[in-house]
Design a binder for this molecule. Structure first.
Ligand code: ATP
Ligand code: MG
Length: 291
């Protein structure tokens, strides 16, 4: 995989979930009581996971998001900054969205979300104009205006989970990323007008496949795991972050997919979403104001 020689300016427009993790031998059966071997909590969700991964690749990343104006929302804000992310958040008068995740003895994650998913709105007082000077953005949540703001960037990658918003906003995305095993992320040619340049479908240890807007199909291989398998939470969004970074750096699709695959594999080797994530860049000094 090529490592870009110039700085790549990256951002995420998306959501954050406060996640409680419980490591168990297996997910409980109906009616059981389980005693986890280990529990911990941290800010996660697709927008947060990808922003932290992007900061580790690019040295810096900005997350445009919306957080609950409560203890967990503010704690998420602090902890994501501690992970090297510049967080541009609108604090809304709602409870921070939470989630509960089992990690079983194979490292598989089983997630229950609690509360609504909050993306940023264009009317939120965030530095949207900066996105015009951004190489690549990953979109996981936000209103139509937020998506249009994201489109000012050189490259836009979006999660297939937001297919409905993407269809409604009629904003062209460069790459759409969905997981084969997730029925909420199903994309069929024709769902989006204009269509994404690349529709990517991930398939865990099998890597994945893609289809271009002109109907060309291809596959990509998974990368070797750089360590033992620990915890699958966040592989998909770490993959998407790697792809976003690669496309933003001007890599071709195959190289950018390989970068994504390295990130997805690395994420699997650490506890929670962040510990295993691939790091390429030293963190750049934190800036305030302009990028
Ligand atoms: N067991 C594995 N070995 C190597 N690479 C993997 C493995 N699992 C995932 N990956 C990498 O991560 C990418 C995304 O994984 P996957 O398809 O499981 O996403 P996902 O279902 O969205 O995951 P999650 O929702 O848990 O984040 C894959 O395309 C692959 O490149
Ligand atoms: Mg996923």
């Amino acid at each position: 995989v090529t490592t870009p020689s110039r700085p790549v300016c990256v951002a995420v427009v998306g959501h954050v979930e406060w996640v409680i993790f419980a490591r168990v031998q297996r997910v409980p059966l109906a009616g059981e009581i389980l005693h986890p071997e280990e529990t911990w909590e941290e800010p996660a969700g697709g927008g947060a996971v990808a922003a932290v991964q992007l900061a580790k690749l690019a040295g810096e990343a900005t997350l445009f998001t919306s957080l609950g104006d409560d203890e967990l929302g503010h704690r998420a804000h602090r902890e994501l900054q501690d992970h090297g992310v510049r967080v541009e958040a609108d604090f809304r008068d709602v409870r921070q969205r939470r989630a509960f995740t089992f990690i079983d003895e194979n490292g598989e994650r089983t997630i229950t979300t609690l509360g609504e998913r909050h993306g940023p709105r264009r009317s939120d007082p965030l530095p949207w104009e900066e996105l015009a000077a951004t190489d690549a953005v990953y979109f996981t949540a936000g209103d139509d205006g937020a998506l249009e703001a994201a489109r000012q960037a050189g490259v836009v990658v979006a999660t297939a989970r937001e297919l409905r918003s993407l269809a409604r906003a009629r904003v062209a995305v460069d790459a759409l990323v969905g997981s084969r095993r997730d029925p909420w992320e199903e994309y069929t040619r024709g769902d989006l007008k204009p269509p994404p340049r690349f529709a990517v479908r991930t398939a865990g240890a099998d890597g994945g496949s893609y289809e271009t807007a002109d109907g060309r199909r291809g596959t990509f291989a998974a990368a070797p795991l750089p360590g033992p398998r620990v915890d699958a939470y966040g592989c998909g969004d770490s993959f998407a972050a790697g792809l976003t970074f690669g496309l933003g750096a001007g890599l071709d699709l195959d190289e950018a997919l390989a970068m994504g695959a390295r990130c997805g594999a690395a994420c699997l080797t650490g506890r929670g979403p962040y510990r295993g994530q691939l790091r390429l860049a030293a963190e750049r000094p934190r800036t305030t104001g302009s990028l």
